[in-house]
Design a protein around this ligand. Sequence first.
Ligand SMILES: Nc1ncnc2c1ncn2[C@@H]1O[C@H](COP(=O)(O)OP(=O)(O)OP(=O)(O)O)[C@@H](O)[C@H]1O
Ligand SMILES: [Mg+2]
Length: 336
Amino acid sequence: MALFSKDLGIDLGTSFIRIAEGGETLLEEPTIVAIAVDERMIVEVGQAAQNMYGRVSEMIEVTRPMQNGVVAYYEITEKLLGHLIRKVSGPLRIFRPRIMITVPYGITSVETRAVHEAALGAGSREAYLIQQPLAAALGADLPIGTPSGNMVVSLGGGCSQAAVIAMNSIVAAETLRAGGKELDEAIIAYVRKKYGLIIAQPTAEQIKLAIGAAIPQDEDKSIEVQGQDQVTGLPHPLVLTTTEVVEAVQDVLRDIVETVRRVLEKTPPELVSDTIDRGIALCGGSALLPGMEKLMTKELGIPTYLVDAPTTCIAEGASRALDILPTLQRSLPNVY
Ligand SMILES: Nc1ncnc2c1ncn2[C@@H]1O[C@H](COP(=O)(O)OP(=O)(O)OP(=O)(O)O)[C@@H](O)[C@H]1O
Ligand SMILES: [Mg+2]
């Protein structure tokens, strides 16, 4: 039986779910579900569900079941997990996998239990939880089993986490319930205030991905999008530049940097000095915002670098955690 059943690492994120096995990513899908309102049946999940957004009748609801790193719609999350687990492991009647699933650092016991129960309900044989910074560090191959300190900062779609890890456990950490979505919202607010135009979240994200940056760039790019006039409701074209986006996202970025700073303040001095020597490992989709490492390096005075697989290292680390379960077990969150 063990020969056929899989060991899966699952990174249950606000924006994306990623599933890995043996340190390799098998699947990456947006955390989105399309549901038939009447029967509460899943119509599509992941990318296919995202493609339906804004294009289907009222009979179908397109939902994001995770918000700011935690389960917002339990039943839908469980169904989504079940669907994707079956996609990578075949019919669960025969091969029920063991799962290591991630949770953000510092969430409540109720929020933790929701993830554990969703993982069990989705058809796993056994489900373990791991805090995302620890999974990220494993995925990025940091020497976390040693007594010296390793700092990981993960900037996702709905939350930002910073942690110092030594001897396989988290020494100091914090989670800010803000991430890429809050950067998008900051762009929406900026455009509304400066131009009196309304743009939707997908447009704000498109702007961020096309021309966004954390600090001013040598090349000031621009993009034209369609907004909607706040007063008349009529469509109106709008050209935004990189400089404007940098300005729009500054407050959110300051909150993120302050979160990292607070973790450093709580960390014992010897471990801070290790962190200065080794640098801060940056991961998560929002870490890809151009200039993010430079901003952190400048603001914190500690060299910051992007890890090799910034978006997939968390799922990959979670899958590796199953191989060293006895070593880690003490460090994993309990489910009450
Ligand atoms: N090149 C890029 N520049 C800026 N932001 C980006 C880039 N690529 C992806 N993102 C942003 O990264 C976010 C998604 O990151 P990630 O996949 O790490 O999130 P997640 O794990 O689902 O969320 P969380 O960990 O917060 O629950 C989105 O907000 C997306 O807009
Ligand atoms: Mg994440």
